[in-house]
Design a protein around this ligand. Structure first.
Ligand code: ATP
Ligand code: MG
Length: 328
């Protein structure tokens, strides 16, 4: 309403397939994610559910086998999927940043940290002003300090291979922070890191997202991290959002059998032994079930689940679930 721009972010009915030699993998099947400015959203689901594919589609960095079937990705009232390459480059350099699962492939090895960071700011600074590089250098050093890298000026002179995995991941985060982005997509940002620094990095991302009023989509396999870090959570299964709501509410009152199964996988402190995974596996994307994609593994499945894909419907305040059996 009014002249104020909507600074929210919304993925609407996204569908993506991958072309393979024997057909089409129908991986992303109607993903909907909505997030207000400054909100932190968790994205959870088993391996192969399409979390990374969803995030990559936002930045237009899907592999060439990917086929966009339908959907919109709205940011500031514009559809990112319709951006031309100049608009997309501007979007990546000014508005949205991504921290990848594997930091070793995220930084171009032939450039020094200094060049990577300064180049990343080219679009958001006035490059007609001769002192822009000085300004960019200053911002880069400051951002490296914010991610608690010791001796930022020395790190600026390093090549990525001279840094540890944890340091590289911090550089990626610093690159995202050197300009004031509105949206950070963090894809399991700590999986490849030493356990001792995992927590530090997560706290850092949380703190900076609060301080900079930056929206965050955080992919993680840990419900504990979701509980600590996020305001809302989306539960994804086989390319579909099965449940979404306020984090505490979803974790305490899960509405979908899949969410319940994921929560039951968390090792209980009082329990004896290690948690087991959910029995069964993610469906074959070449021939996914016609109805609910969770049908083969769901203890509550009925005939309608085989036939019709359930839509997300309200199941409580701010809480939606896609399950035919909810409330039955
Ligand atoms: N380039 C590709 N060609 C064919 N299939 C692909 C390609 N990239 C991804 N896929 C398939 O898409 C599905 C979703 O993959 P994606 O990496 O998005 O899952 P994820 O939820 O991020 O998993 P993880 O938790 O393991 O990171 C997988 O079945 C994967 O095999
Ligand atoms: Mg992934």
């Amino acid at each position: 309403m009014g002249s104020e721009k909507n600074t929210g972010f919304e993925i609407k009915d996204l569908k993506i397939s991958f072309k393979v030699f024997n057909g089409e993998l129908k991986v992303i099947d109607g993903v909907n994610i909505k997030l207000n400015r400054g909100e932190r959203m968790g994205l959870v689901g088993e391996a192969g559910c399409g979390k990374t594919t969803t995030l990559k589609s936002v930045l237009g960095i899907l592999p060439k086998q990917a086929m966009l079937k339908s959907g919109q990705i709205m940011f500031n009232g514009e559809d990112v999927l319709k951006f031309n390459s100049a608009q997309m480059q501007k979007f990546r350099q000014e508005s949205c940043a991504m921290v990848f699962q594997d930091p070793s492939s995220a930084l171009n090895p032939i450039f020094k940290v200094k060049d990577l960071m300064i180049n990343g700011m080219r679009n958001s600074l006035n490059t007609k002003d001769k002192s822009w590089e000085k300004e960019a250098y200053g911002r880069a050093v400051k951002a490296l300090g914010e991610v608690m890298l010791p001796d930022p000026k020395r790190i600026m002179e390093n090549y990525p291979f001279q840094l540890s995995g944890g340091m590289r991941q911090r550089v990626c985060i610093a690159m995202a922070l050197a300009t004031d982005r509105h949206l950070l997509l963090a894809d399991e940002p700590t999986t490849s890191l030493d356990v001792t620094i995992q927590e530090q990095i997560l706290h850092l991302i949380h703190k900076l997202s609060v301080e900079k009023d930056m929206s965050l989509v955080l992919v993680t396999h840990s419900m504990g991290v979701i509980r600590e870090m996020t305001d809302r959570v989306s539960i994804m299964y086989a390319g579909t959002i099965m449940e979404v709501g306020d984090t505490k509410d979803v974790l305490e009152n899960p509405g979908h059998p899949y969410t319940r199964a994921l929560i039951d996988c968390i090792p209980k402190l009082t329990g004896d032994g290690v948690a087991e995974g959910i029995p069964g596996r993610v469906p074959d994307y070449l021939n996914p079930p016609k109805g609910c994609r969770y049908v083969e593994r769901c203890p509550k499945a009925t005939a309608v689940c085989r036939e019709e894909k359930p839509q997300l419907v309200e199941c409580g305040p701010n809480h939606m679930v896609a399950c035919h059996n909810f409330g039955r």
